[in-house]
Design a protein around this ligand. Structure first.
Ligand code: DGL
Length: 279
């Protein structure tokens, strides 16, 4: 495959199972508007959060390979489920074979790195998809960087479908948000920081805040992922040279492009014209 990959500089690839990664793209573009971006949402197969390790890995690898074929040298998995279940295998087993000079980065590590600046009690709550919670990746990463911290996780299987179906600000969403936040905070009343461990969840933020005591900090990931990417590019001039700078964004989806364009325009607050691809 290496022989077929384009070698010319290309856009930064941003991948998610659906719309959630747009919350990350928005922050990355805000910080680094000069680059070109290629966003891919696998909407036809979302949500990933309830799927097995093998399937998430297989789907994510297909998406990464497509983004490489379309000219990306650097791909961000703007999806916690894919970062938890596929990132390590892709980095360790697939990249050396596909092209050891390309990079795939995730969203979990940058979020965990920021924790000690945010939490005072060291009691951390994670809300995420069932797949991310079951993988235990957050707890393992936190144990590596901040072994003194206490971690509690709550799986929220209904939250991504609420966002994917444009129901995130409907009264029906209140029930599911209140239930999950209540479970988490009852489990450890000393929690002072809640990580939104799914890139879809910033859309639910107004509702999440409604069911969170004021002294608890709710932590979306976008700004941490964006600043960590900026640092990465600064520390790796050889990668910076392989990213084109035209301030464009192209959107790809595996579902209906009209639907994607409409929803993405709401997420990003700008007109979007998506193209359909098959993985
Ligand atoms: N946006 C993905 C995440 O951050 C979630 C998605 C899904 O269940 O498809 O985990």
């Amino acid at each position: 495959m290496n022989g077929q990959l384009p070698t010319a500089p290309g856009p930064i690839g941003v991948f998610d199972s659906g719309y959630g990664g747009l919350t990350i793209l928005r922050q990355i573009r805000g910080m680094m508007p000069q680059y070109d971006y290629l966003y891919l949402g696998d909407n036809a197969r979302a949500p990933y959060g309830t799927r097995s390790f093998e399937v998430v890995y297989e789907f994510t690898l297909q998406a990464v390979c497509r983004l490489f074929e379309m000219g990306c040298h650097l791909v961000i998995l703007a999806c916690n489920t894919a970062s938890a279940k596929a990132l390590r295998s892709i980095q360790q087993n697939d990249l050396p074979r596909l092209d050891p000079t390309r990079r795939v980065l995730g969203v979990i590590r940058p979020t965990v790195e920021a924790l000690d600046a945010v939490s005072r009690t060291g009691h951390i709550g994670i809300v995420a998809t069932p797949g991310t919670i079951r993988s235990n990746t957050y707890a393992l990463e936190i144990a590596k960087l901040h072994p003194e911290m206490q971690v509690s996780g709550e799986a929220c299987p209904m939250w991504v479908p609420l966002v994917e179906n444009n129901e995130y600000d409907s009264p029906g969403a209140d029930y599911f948000v209140e239930k999950r936040m209540g479970n988490l905070l009852r489990h450890d009343p000393q929690i002072d920081t809640v990580i939104l461990g799914c890139t879809h969840y910033p859309l639910l933020l107004p509702k999440i805040l409604q069911y969170t005591p004021r002294e608890v900090t709710v932590m979306p990931q976008g700004e941490y992922v964006a600043s960590s990417l900026r640092d990465y590019i600064q520390r790796h001039p050889e990668m910076a040279a392989r990213v084109t700078q035209g301030s464009t964004t192209r959107f790809l989806t595996t579902e209906q492009p009209e639907q994607f364009s409409q929803s993405a325009a709401i997420f990003l607050g700008e007109a979007v014209e998506a193209e359909r691809i098959q993985l």
